[in-house]
Design a protein around this ligand. Sequence first.
Ligand SMILES: O=C(O)CCC(=O)C(=O)O
Ligand SMILES: [Fe+2]
Length: 247
Amino acid sequence: MELQEEFKVKGYFLQENFLSPQECENFLKSISDYRQQFSIPKIYRNVKPIPLSYSVIDGKAVNSHLPEVKKLYTTVNKVINNLTNQELFTLKDVQVGCNINITEQGGAYRWHYDRNAVTAILYLNEVEGGEIEFYPNYRIILPKAKFSKFQSFLDQIQQFNLVRSTLGKRIVVKPQPGLLLIMGGDRCLHSVRPVIEACDRVSIVMAYDLPNASFAVKEQLNTYLYSSEKVAASDPNYSQSDRSQRH
Ligand SMILES: O=C(O)CCC(=O)C(=O)O
Ligand SMILES: [Fe+2]
C-alpha cells in the first residue's frame, strides 16, 4: 500500500529514527538548558480515569527560546503534507501549535481529541510506562455540528472503556528516542499512561490544520492546558457549548 493510502486507511503513521539518538540528545540538552533559565508550568487536572498531569513548554516559549524545535515544526509540516496529500499549515495560535510535554514520574495525559486535524508527536527518550494509547479513526464526527452539544455527548459516550473496547482498535506505542507518530488528531482518541520511571518523559507535540480551520477556541481551554491556574469548569472539553478539542 502506498504511504498516503495507508495513512488514510489506518489513521496514523509511525516512523522510527526520524531523528538520530544524537539529535535527540541535542534537543534534550536545549530543553534542559531552557529549564535552568525558566520555570515551566505544572498542570494538574483531576479527571477520571486518567488525570492530566504534566508540565509544558508552550509554543510561545518555543518560538522565542528554542529555534531548533521551531525549525522541526516546519520540517515536519512537509512530511505531513506529503503523507496526507493535503496542504496543511502550522497553527495560527502560536501557543498551541508546537508544545514540549514533560511528564514526570506518576504524570499522565487524560483521554482527549486534539482540536486540530493532524498531530505529529516526536519522542525524545525512552521511559518505563508513559505509553500513548490511541484509537485511530475512532471518533464519530457530526459533519455540520462538530461543536454542538450532541457531539460532546457522543464524545463522552465513546470514551467509556467498554465502548472503546467494543468499537475501537486500540494501539499502544512505547516512547523511544527519535520515534515520530503522526495521527488524525481530532478523530483519534488518545491518552498517555502514567510514567513509572523516575526520569521525565519528553515529547514534542506539533499541530497542523487547514488554513481556514475554525476551532471556536476558548481562552479557557488554553488556560486549562498551559497554566497552573484554576479554571471555572473542571473540564472545558466536555462542559462547554463549544468543543475546542486540542488538547
Ligand atoms: O505525549 C504524547 O504522547 C501525547 C500528548 C498529547 O496528546 C497532547 O499533548 O495533545
Ligand atoms: Fe493530544
